[in-house]
Design a protein around this ligand. Structure first.
Ligand code: KG4
Ligand code: ZN
Length: 335
């Protein structure tokens, strides 16, 4: 049978992306146009500005993704698009384009959940994951731990009750006077100070739940910062103390899940999975429980369309094509 060749489109937040993936796993091209510079002066993503920029960026990105892959429209066997969750206007730009292409080219459309795609990124350019698996999505909008029986089969183990981990990085950066997005800046400042910075107390829920919560941590940083005019070094130490706490919050929950579920693999994705301290702490946990640690290269932890094309190809191979009436949805969890 001919290998599938799927064009993926991603526009859920502030990255416009297009990619061509063959056989659901092999990345032939992946192009991303980030809007970070555009949103930086507002300290966060402005939804209407994001939608307009996606509209402008898509035509050239799609042409570039096809060119890099050495493919033409006529070679494609399917179109995949992120349809949920995300900013509704931003999502709609990708969904509308994908529907138009599917209709015009007479090839099936796959609607992809962005969180699931972040986990699927760990399947690209490598051998398939073994199940059962544990999946951690740590992005700007979500922090969720799932028990995975297969792609498409999830049971929630823990989720955040307030801020997502990436959102906490962004908010803490803002209150320390650092630029958006907060994750990469905080990681850079924290790196030389992590060993001496200590950490804030960890969150424990009385009901025994393993859920995450990051809003108290943000308040702790705000209170510490309000104590006086921070020197640069004090600010960096506070950033490192914050990052150490996030790492530890993730570590204890992942450890509890590994202990309970004893999965064969541990998958992680989302922008916060770019963070070196997070990666090495969770790699240690996975190794301690003999779970195969599968985290994509940082390029594919952040938003991209290869993860969308790959998962879309899997859905199409399983007969899960979307109707042309499919729409974008701002919310949407796994399972
Ligand atoms: O997955 P992503 O690109 O977009 C969403 O789906 O939300 O994640 C973006 C988030 C932002 O909050 C950003 O601050 C965070 O990922 N992030 C990081 C790092 N790089 C990006 N957080 C910690 N350390 C990083 N190196
Ligand atoms: Zn994302």
């Amino acid at each position: 049978m001919k290998e599938s060749l799927v064009l993926g489109l991603e526009s859920s937040c502030d990255e416009t992306a297009a990619s061509v993936v063959s056989g659901g796993r092999k990345i032939l091209s992946s192009v991303v146009a980030t809007q970070m510079d555009l949103h930086r002066k507002y300290g966060g993503v402005v939804p209407e500005v994001a939608s307009r920029r996606h509209l402008e960026a898509f035509p050239d990105l799609v042409t570039e993704a096809l060119r890099e892959a050495g493919a033409g429209y006529g070679d494609l066997t399917g179109i995949a698009v992120t349809s949920e969750p995300g900013l509704i206007g931003a999502l709609l730009t990708g969904v509308s384009l994908a529907k138009g292409l599917s209709l015009r080219l007479g090839i099936p459309l796959a609607a992809v959940n962005h969180l699931e795609a972040h986990l699927y990124a760990s399947e690209l350019d490598r051998e398939p994951a073994l199940f059962p698996a544990l999946g951690l999505v740590v992005s700007g909008g979500h922090t969720e731990l799932h028990e995975m029986r297969d792609w498409g089969s999830y049971r929630l183990f823990a989720a955040t009750r307030d801020d997502a981990a990436g959102e906490a990085f962004d908010k803490v950066a803002k209150l320390l006077g650092l630029e958006y997005p907060g994750g990469p800046v905080i990681e850079r400042l924290a790196a030389p100070l992590a060993a001496q910075a200590g950490r804030f107390p960890l969150v424990r829920f009385k009901d025994g739940s393993h859920d995450f919560s990051f809003s108290g941590l943000k308040t702790a940083v705000r209170n510490a910062a309000a104590a006086g005019n921070l020197s640069e070094n004090e600010r960096d130490l506070l950033a490192a103390k914050f990052q150490n706490t996030v790492v530890e919050e993730l570590r204890v929950r992942v450890r509890a899940a590994l202990m309970r579920l004893r999965p064969k693999s541990f998958l992680m994705g989302g922008g916060v999975a770019c963070n070196g301290a997070v990666r090495s702490a969770l790699a240690q946990e996975a190794a301690a429980f003999r779970a195969d640690f599968r985290v994509p290269d940082p390029r594919f932890c952040a938003d991209n369309a290869a993860m969308v094309a790959g998962l879309g190809a899997l859905w199409l191979s399983r007969g899960r094509a979307a109707e042309l009436s499919v729409s974008a949805r701002p919310t949407g969890s796994l399972g």
